[in-house]
Write a protein that binds this ligand. Sequence first.
Ligand code: IMP
Length: 423
Amino acid sequence: MNTVLVGLQWGDEGKGKIIDYLCRNVDVVVRFQGGNNAGHTVIANQKKFVFHLIPSGILHKDKICVIGQGVVVDPEVLLNEIKILKKAGVSVSSKNLKISNFSHIIMPYHRIIDSLREQKRVQKIGTTKRGIGPCYKDRVSRCGIRMGDFIDKKSFAFKLKDNLREKNPIFKDAYQQKGFKFSSVYNKYSKLAKKIKPFVCDTTEYFYKKQDKKFLFEGAQGTFLDIDAGTYPFVTSSSVVASNALLGSGLPFVNLKKRVGVAKAYTTRVGEGPFPTELKGKILDYLQDEGGEYGATTGRPRRCGWLDLALLKRAIKVNSINRLIITKLDVLGNLAKIKVCLKYKKNGKIVKNFPYSLEKIKPVYKEFKGWNKDISKIKNFSRLPKEAKNYLNFIEKYLKVPISFISVGKDREEILKKRRGEN
Ligand code: IMP
């Protein structure tokens, strides 16, 4: 069965560990959007791996990992990731890593423009400054440099010159910055291209031959960072939702029967934008410390809040989710009381449908008793404290989607099945 996995909140739901777990049952793992704004963490054999571009399935020897056409690739980051993996003894070759020739390249001018634009704008997004937005902007403006051009010396030189002809005056006039010299960018980047070339292929043709295989599509970021479905403009620049899995991977039609949504047992957000259940003070400090809520990519402290079921209900609709995975349940372990948002209020009145904007929205909470216990070593759902089971059963009932797994610790083994037979 093919599976697509997406985050149901604002990213950082702990998807890396879940991908690592679910990929035991598939042949091919595919990233279909985003770039190195993502940071998927897996702790395997006491080693911590943070993946920004390569699907975390690479840790499994027999899996093929694909970076699809919807991904934006920073060549330096990619090569560094390969280097770190190889150093840790993980095999990475053109046999188990395929990169679409249609994916777009993040160039140094994208990264710089990302920062400069943030400095200049009144309405800041709080981007990761990795050049994601400017690269996607070039893609739709039809001046982007694709992987296929990047690995072809002549085509790369032509496209780079053309871009600098347009971009250098913008750097100078709009931002009073120097701009880029063709020869220095070309010399540095063509060396990187040479190293990446063996991994590049026409991934659609590759998929076509592998249609009988089982695929797992790995979403990055989260539903409310989606360029359309998210809290615009405080979003990322790609389609994060499950329906983009096929387009963003360039795969011929396959049936996505299993649509898995991952949600943290509470909520976090990095960067600007509305956040109805956001917490301040002692509970925020507790969640940040206990949950290690600091960005895997930028190190920024994450904003934290209670679990928002009104938000998850919407995410389930948007992605047509039929399985839920709850992560970081252990983090709530020392709290006497836990709150969950069921509905929203605006100007004192209950909001019936999901609001167009989350600005000025107030949460309506239900309170749960905490369980005051370390649950990370529990191996069976039935052994969880009754308060934790209550919490999970309520979420399942309210959202009308079964929970398949619950992550109760950082390690790849610290995960529970809610029901027997789930895989
Ligand atoms: P960008 O994707 O760097 O343009 O950032 C746009 C918004 O998405 C900012 O609020 C970022 O903090 C957020 N963002 C991007 N990628 C991630 C992620 O992987 N996890 C959490 N937030 C992210």
